[in-house]
Design a protein around this ligand. Structure first.
Ligand SMILES: Nc1ncnc2c1ncn2[C@@H]1O[C@H](COP(=O)(O)OP(=O)(O)OP(=O)(O)O)[C@@H](O)[C@H]1O
Ligand SMILES: [Mg+2]
Length: 253
């Protein structure tokens, strides 16, 4: 099934003890088409993670609507994979056991799980580390395992909340390109939060820019760089122009 995300005038207010209501997000309205790769950028605290949680079905909007394929989102969906900034691996489980966790929870047999995990390990560059434990992995490898745990359930959409935020610049670039290769093969709908303008422009079809809290969409930029994309595209004139546009919109907000 392909997944189209939507929001119509969605807002989130948090109630803060002894203080009242904190408007955290919106109103926001948008549609993300099936198979599209969208990056979401905006200042810290503007409501990006809040928006991700709405689309993941982990919380409901205070007003307005969020939808998957035009149906209101009322609970998390197995078709939507969520990955956050921390890998959150279980230290007592091996790489294979960590990746297999969602399948185990879904009641899949051990042989089916083994098959699914083994088909995904090489795509993550982890084929030699299946029996390693999280404490033996680098930060980048741990994030690959976290990505594997999301991908193993063959989701039709990915919600990625700063998935590479804790990584050094070079590892981050490599992970971005690996994610792009996986997306090209599997074509899930992707919404990815990032603080990196160049990462957003290099990966995305569209960049949504949020204002400071409560975040509203102040720009929706189409990224017209040709695909397949390569790291060397970051040296092109068009890339520089698009990155400048994103930076200017953020600064104006
Ligand atoms: N559970 C909560 N209760 C009360 N306030 C919250 C809660 N979660 C988030 N907030 C507030 O809502 C606002 C938006 O938070 P959110 O985490 O969505 O921002 P963000 O854009 O993801 O920020 P960052 O870039 O720093 O990750 C912030 O002001 C935050 O303090
Ligand atoms: Mg956040």
């Amino acid at each position: 099934m392909s997944i189209i995300f939507g929001a119509q005038d969605a807002t989130v207010d948090y109630s803060v003890d002894g203080w009242g209501h904190l408007p955290a997000l919106g109103p926001v309205s948008f549609q993300i088409e099936a198979g599209q790769f969208v990056c979401l950028v905006g200042p810290s605290g503007c409501g990006k993670s809040t928006l991700v949680r709405l689309l993941a079905g982990l919380q409901a909007p205070s007003a307005g609507l969020v939808t998957i394929n035009n149906e209101p989102i009322t609970q998390p969906s197995v078709q939507v994979g969520l990955m956050s900034q921390e890998a959150n691996l279980m230290p007592w489980r091996s790489v294979i056991e960590n990746i297999a966790l969602p399948l185990e929870l879904a009641g899949m047999s051990s042989s089916e799980r083994g098959h699914a995990v083994n088909s995904i390990l090489p795509r993550l560059g982890l084929e030699e580390f299946g029996n390693a434990f999280p404490g033996e992995l680098s930060g980048g490898m741990a994030q690959r395992v976290a990505l594997g745990r999301v991908l193993v359930a063959s989701p039709d959409a990915l919600l990625l909340d700063e998935p590479f935020g804790a990584l050094d610049a070079m590892t981050r670039e490599r992970m971005g390109m690996d994610l792009l290769a996986l997306w090209t093969d599997l074509r899930p709908t992707v919404l990815m939060v990032t603080h990196s303008i160049s990462e957003a422009v290099l990966l995305a079809d569209r960049v949504l820019i949020l204002s400071p809290r409560p975040g509203r969409i102040i720009a929706d930029l189409h990224i017209d760089l040709l695909r397949p994309r390569q790291l060397s595209d970051t040296h092109s004139l068009r890339f520089g122009e698009l990155a400048r546009q994103v930076r200017e919109r953020i600064q104006q907000s």
